[in-house]
Design a protein around this ligand. Structure first.
Ligand SMILES: [Zn+2]
Length: 154
């Protein structure tokens, strides 16, 4: 199996709802996502995926939707205040924890057609969470994608 890894840095704000702790205050991070792509075979160019394509599609999506944005749960009362200022938050159905944001980037990377196996999001240099889907039961290829996550709500 071949694997490539792309790092993308972006800044974002968020806060956690129904959470007792300082992360229920709006705050920001200099985040970094690590996107892991894997394939048993290489394309005609000898690549899992072209880093340039990753930059043009996934990074462009992050730049447009997440970078320098507040990422909020859809029912957060802060959404109304931000929109009243003529600005736009990025809304998700779940609390915008590191884990859920890693899954968001994973699903978007997959939707863009890349063979993603895991996405890790660092909120700080020492706190990160990883999303990888549960193993698919395909005994034929023996591939196992593990799931790992560490709580990181700073
Ligand atoms: Zn945070």
């Amino acid at each position: 199996m071949y694997e490539i890894v792309k790092h993308i840095d972006f800044c974002f704000g968020h806060r956690l709802i129904d959470y007792q702790g300082k992360c229920n205050q709006p705050h920001g991070h200099n985040g970094r996502v690590e996107i892991r792509l894997a394939s048993d075979t290489l394309d005609a160019m000898g690549m899992v995926a072209d880093f340039r394509d990753v930059r043009h599609s996934i990074q462009a999506w992050i730049d447009e939707h997440l970078d320098h944005r507040m990422i909020l749960r859809r029912d957060d009362p802060l959404v109304e205040a931000i929109e009243a200022l003529g600005q736009h938050a990025y809304l998700i159905d779940d609390n915008p924890t590191t884990e859920n944001l890693a899954r968001l980037v994973f699903e978007q990377t997959q939707a863009l057609g890349f063979p993603v196996i895991a996405v890790t999001l660092w909120e700080t240099p020492d706190s990160h969470a990883t999303y990888a889907p549960p193993p698919v039961s395909t005994p034929a290829n023996g591939k196992v994608a593990g799931k790992e996550s560490s709580p990181a709500h700073s």
